[in-house]
Design a protein around this ligand. Structure first.
Ligand code: HEM
Length: 329
């Protein structure tokens, strides 16, 4: 019932054969989570423990005038285009994760250039929810999957139905035809502050300017594992791949501490933040020489206070980074 591919899809993330005894639920720290990702996906030296298969790109962001109503963050009030280094990726820690896999998230991670060597980051995935509400639950999920024991896995999902939402979302939609033809979400709730000190809770969403496009399951079977790369090359030869970045405005009662909880976004107001234009490929090294860190925000943007996944991400990414750096030396 639960294939490996299905399991892989349950994480917006990543693979080493590490003894499972290192992955006990009561120790959901960054090292343990990265070990648990490795236990699920296998050990692949020198690469990310999650979102391993990806493409480094570059482009720019042009803020919409309305963005300043919500936030004083420099890239959202800038009157000139802001440089962007980005990375499209497939979720999970398989370096060869097939682009045609339906039940896997796509990701786009971005550094916005704020000048003088400063950046702020934004990471989005192609589902509005993550597979776990907190680090302990994520560790339990990874540990169950790594066991390859069907009964344990079934028991985990029975006890943790919120963990199935991300895969359900993906399975209910076609395989994206391109990294550039799918919606992406920030998943966490952020708080914006504008120049007058007014605060607003938001969630990020990026919508492809040319609209969403998918391929049938039949067509997906005919595709190369890496078909997004030539697709993107052809696309960028004709013009930029563009996304409209919006802020979905939270209302009282909307959950702000649980990345598995959906907001009723069709009932929520949204404000245009601007346009992301991906213009060209960038050397992989540019993306690999550091991390895209969701907690790297800037004045005018705050991460969620009580969402325990949020700060854990930063720590886990640092562990993954230091291991991939060490393996390259
Ligand atoms: C505790 C929960 C999570 C853990 C342990 C985790 C783990 C990881 C790790 C280890 C990496 C590779 C970092 C690196 O080597 O640079 C990664 C990348 C990534 N994660 Fe997560 N993740 C978590 C939650 C999330 C969530 C909620 C999202 C939703 C936006 C997300 C989106 C991404 C994306 C887009 C990347 C790719 C970044 C890149 O291209 O460099 N992750 N994750």
């Amino acid at each position: 019932m639960f294939s490996n591919r299905f399991m892989a899809a349950l994480f917006a993330a990543a693979a080493i054969s590490v003894p499972l005894s290192h992955a006990r639920a009561e120790e959901a720290d960054a090292e343990t989570l990265v070990n648990a990702l490795n236990a699920v996906f296998g050990k692949h030296d020198g690469v990310r423990a999650a979102h391993t298969h990806g493409i480094c790109v570059k482009g720019n962001f042009v803020a919409a005038p309305e963005a300043a109503m919500l936030t004083k963050a420099p890239h959202f009030v800038s009157k000139t285009p802001v440089g962007v280094i980005g990375r499209f990726s497939m979720g999970g820690g398989n370096p060869d994760a097939p682009n045609a896999q339906k039940d896997n998230v796509r990701g786009i991670a971005m550094h916005f250039d704020l000048g003088q060597g400063n950046t702020t980051d934004l990471l989005l995935i192609s589902a509005p929810v993550f597979a776990a509400k907190d680090p302990d639950q994520f560790l339990k999920l990874l540990t169950a999957v790594a066991s390859k024991d069907k009964d344990k896995i079934a028991a985990y999902f029975k006890e943790n139905p919120n963990s199935t939402r991300a895969a359900q979302w993906l399975n209910a939609r076609p395989v994206p035809a391109s990294y550039a033809t799918v919606n992406y979400w920030g998943v966490h709730a952020f708080t914006f502050t504008n120049a007058d000190g007014k605060k607003q809770v938001i969630k990020y969403k990026a919508l492809p300017v040319g609209g969403e496009a998918g391929i049938s399951d039949e067509e997906a079977k005919t595709k190369d594992a890496d078909f997004y790369r030539p697709e993107l090359k052809d696309r960028l030869a004709k013009g930029p791949a563009q996304f409209r970045l919006i802020a979905i405005l939270g209302e009282p009662g909307d959950p702000v501490d649980d990345p598995t909880a959906l907001w009723p976004e069709e009932k929520r107001k949204a404000v245009n933040l601007g346009t992301i234009s991906i213009t060209d490929f960038e050397d992989a090294k540019t993306c690999d020489d550091g991390i895209f860190d969701p907690t790297n925000v800037v004045d005018g943007i705050e991460g969620p206070e009580n969402d325990t996944i949020f700060p854990m991400r930063s720590q886990a990414y640092a562990v993954s980074f230091s291991r991939r750096q060490a393996a390259q030396q």
